[in-house]
Design a protein around this ligand. Structure first.
Ligand code: FNR
Length: 366
């Protein structure tokens, strides 16, 4: 054992293959979903195809695409975010899936509706009002009427249609974006869901919309097509938001989602090494896996900057999480954009010349 290795705990567990829940992956490294805004009029073009191909060639086990919008007038808040509907957009996505497969990778689209985070009068459809369970934005402003039950039924159908289209386009599964304060999460969260019908109530009742989206998607794709659900406690701008505050509540919250047909949970946290509850060192992904028995993806500030050299204890924690089976997969966001060769760098224990993430990186599709 040389000096360096003593200070850089082995991440060999990252390079074990994964086979469960209908997914076979070459390793445990997932490209986190990241909105990029390079799809004019909602259509992902050849540069987007090349971007995902490059990340597959660079060896990530699974790519979760940037959030891509279901078909609904107020799903989006930018004309440059990709649609997951319409012939041209779906043809673009089909090329993305083919390119990733040619490069030996796997890919799932992240299906998204922004809820009331969309600003009134904003592009791409200034005339479409934002929608959310109670028509409230995350600051409590009433921006629209609450969704009606028939509008909710239409939204559920739109997710299921996108799931059907993902399978037809050759993807390896889907991820439902149920995190960060967007539409599905707005049903989960008491602050944005004040409904008194079957879609509102306590934190268990507030899972109903997501559960119906999952069930409808499952019905659309059949039993062998993986459905990943991304969820979070934190919301954009509300880092200390909580859906649940104890493991018992988390178990009750996740049960209807598991029963509805989730195959893998993607537990979004900002720092993977932070315990979720006082009872143990487990993070949100660790608790989720323990309480549901389903595979889990962990995420949050993995190997930013010179983390590998400067924070051996954090990296040791990451190694432990995988080796102890607390989580199965690790998603990497910003560090992967800053270091497109992340996978081979880590595999060869090459922790020098690490590029720091800076948001200026987002100006190019790298
Ligand atoms: C994100 N993130 C994100 N999450 C998500 O579920 N859907 C999305 O479309 C996006 N978009 C997005 C864009 C950009 C530029 C960034 C940096 C992040 C969050 C992302 O998936 C991840 O959870 C966080 O970035 C934390 O991981 P890292 O970056 O600390 O490894």
């Amino acid at each position: 054992t040389n000096h360096d290795e003593q200070h850089t705990p082995s991440l060999g567990a990252l390079f074990q293959p994964f086979a469960a829940a209908g997914l076979s992956l070459a390793n445990r490294i997932v490209m986190a979903p990241m909105t990029r805004g390079f799809s004019p009029n909602g259509i992902p073009g050849d540069d987007v195809v090349a971007y995902y191909r490059r990340h597959a060639e660079n060896g990530v086990g699974l790519i979760v695409t940037e959030g891509t919008l279901i078909q609904h007038p107020s799903a989006s808040a930018s004309p440059n975010w990709p649609h997951f509907y319409g012939e041209e957009s779906l043809n673009g996505w089909k090329k993305v899936a083919e390119a990733v497969h040619e490069a030996g990778g796997k890919i799932i689209p992240q299906l998204w509706h922004v809820g009331t985070t969309r600003k009134v009068g904003s592009l791409p459809n200034p005339e479409a009002l934002p929608v959310g369970p109670s028509g409230l934005d995350d600051s409590g402003n009433q921006v629209n009427e609450p969704l009606t039950e028939s509008e909710i039924a239409d939204l559920i159908s739109a997710y299921a249609q996108a799931a059907t289209d993902a399978k037809a386009a050759g993807f390896d599964g889907i991820e439902l974006h149920g995190a960060h304060g967007y539409l599905i999460d707005q049903f989960f969260w008491a602050q944005t869901n004040r409904r008194t019908d079957q879609y509102g109530g306590d934190f268990v009742s507030r899972t109903r919309f997501a559960a119906e989206v999952i069930k409808a998607s499952r019905k659309a794709v059949g039993p062998d097509f993986p459905i990943v659900l991304r969820f979070s406690q934190w919301k954009g701008g509300h880092y200390d938001a909580k859906l649940v505050t104890t493991p018992e509540q988390l178990e009750q919250f996740l049960a209807p989602l598991t029963d509805a047909g989730v195959d893998i949970f993607h537990a979004s946290t900002r720092q993977y090494w932070v315990p979720e509850f006082e009872q143990s060192h487990l993070n949100l992904a660790g608790w989720t896996k323990k309480l549901t028995g389903k595979p889990a993806i962990t995420v949050g500030s993995v190997a930013l900057e010179n983390d590998f050299a400067n924070h051996p204890s954090r990296i040791g924690r990451l190694a432990d999480i995988l080796e102890q089976g607390e989580a199965d997969l690790v998603a990497i966001g910003r560090s992967l954009l800053a270091n497109p060769e992340w996978v081979s760098h880590v595999r060869s224990n090459h922790t020098k010349d690490w590029t720091s993430y800076d948001s200026s990186i987002l100006a190019n599709l790298n």
